[in-house]
Each structure stands twice: as structure tokens, then as C-alpha cells.
Ligand binder design. Structure first.
Ligand SMILES: [Zn+2]
Length: 174
């Protein structure tokens, strides 16, 4: 292995460690939602290795139609200081669940170049839409993200069913 390959492997390891660190922060947000009686999906927006926005799904607790974890994180990123176009272009969105078309739309609109997804087995989002628009998509297959949401669905089947019926049971690209 030449030194460039070694450095490459090293950088990949660092990226992996970072991705897991920030995904744990998104999981922390998902658990916050659960403690509020909401759906356990969380997200963080990271710019230059720093969390600039945190959020979680608030559909149930806020009687909201749009506050998914990703949108909540993007919204909260603007609470302290408004993000510029350049800020978004340097940001990565971490989300415990594959993002729906609405949240993917916000990622595309604000030119967020990378999305790291906890899991997409419980519900697949609009990953194709993201990729088609040049967004880098990384799936971590994180078991904790999956277990959290699966347990919630098992314990709250009616709530989950009602939410999914509103979108014709489809959160992929239409
Ligand atoms: Zn969404």
C-alpha cells in the first residue's frame, strides 16, 4: 500500500467515526420525540463538523403536517443565525429514517450535498430523488434506528397507520 492509499483508508475511518457520532445525536433526538409521545425519528444538520440544527418528528405532539425530523432540524438551524446558501452547501443532514419526498425536496432546494441515513428498511423514502439530483446518500443500516421505530409501530399501530394512510402508504418518489 502506498501512502496515498493508507491516508485514504485513514480518512474513510475518520468519516465513518464522524457518521456514527452524528447518527447517535440524531438517535438522541428520536428518543426525545418518543419521550414527548411522538414518533421516534430524529435528525441533525452538521456544518464543518459541527451540529448547527437538531430536530425530531413533531407530527403527533404539535398536531403538525410538516414537522418531520429533517425539516425540524433545518428549521432549528436558523434559530440562532440564519444560514446562507454557502452554509447549506457545506452541510450534511443526518436522519434516523430514509427521508420522504417533502424533506428530500428541502435538501435539494437548499443544495445540501450529502444525506446520511440511519435506516430505510422500516420505510423507504425518496432516496432515488436525492441521487437523481446529485445528492450523496449514505445508508448506515443502523440497528438502533430500526429497533426504535419498529418498537413504536408495534406499540402504536393505529397512530402509525393513520399517518401513513395520509400519504397513500408511500414515502418514495411519486
Ligand atoms: Zn420527511
Amino acid at each position: 500500500m502506498n501512502y496515498k492509499v493508507i491516508i485514504g483508508v485513514f480518512m474513510d475511518k475518520i468519516t465513518e467515526i464522524d457518521d456514527n457520532y452524528f447518527m447517535n445525536e440524531a438517535i438522541y433526538e428520536a428518543k426525545k420525540s418518543l419521550n414527548e409521545g411522538g414518533i421516534p425519528i430524529g435528525a441533525v444538520l452538521v456544518k464543518n463538523g459541527e451540529i448547527v440544527g437538531r430536530g425530531h418528528n413533531k407530527l403527533i405532539q404539535n398536531n403538525s403536517a410538516i414537522l418531520h425530523g429533517e425539516l425540524d432540524a433545518i428549521e432549528n438551524a436558523n434559530k440562532d443565525a440564519r444560514l446562507t446558501g454557502e452554509d447549506y452547501k457545506k452541510s450534511t443532514l443526518y436522519t434516523t429514517l430514509s427521508p420522504c419526498p417533502m424533506c428530500s425536496g428541502a435538501v435539494i432546494l437548499y443544495n445540501i450535498p450529502k444525506v446520511v441515513i440511519g435506516e430505510n428498511k422500516t420505510l423507504l423514502g425518496a432516496e432515488k430523488l436525492l441521487k437523481t439530483n446529485g445528492v450523496e446518500v449514505i445508508s448506515l443500516n443502523n440497528p438502533e434506528c430500526k429497533e426504535l421505530l419498529e418498537r413504536y409501530i408495534k406499540e402504536n399501530p393505529e397512530t402509525w397507520k393513520k399517518e401513513l394512510e395520509k400519504v397513500d402508504n408511500n414515502t418514495t418518489t411519486k
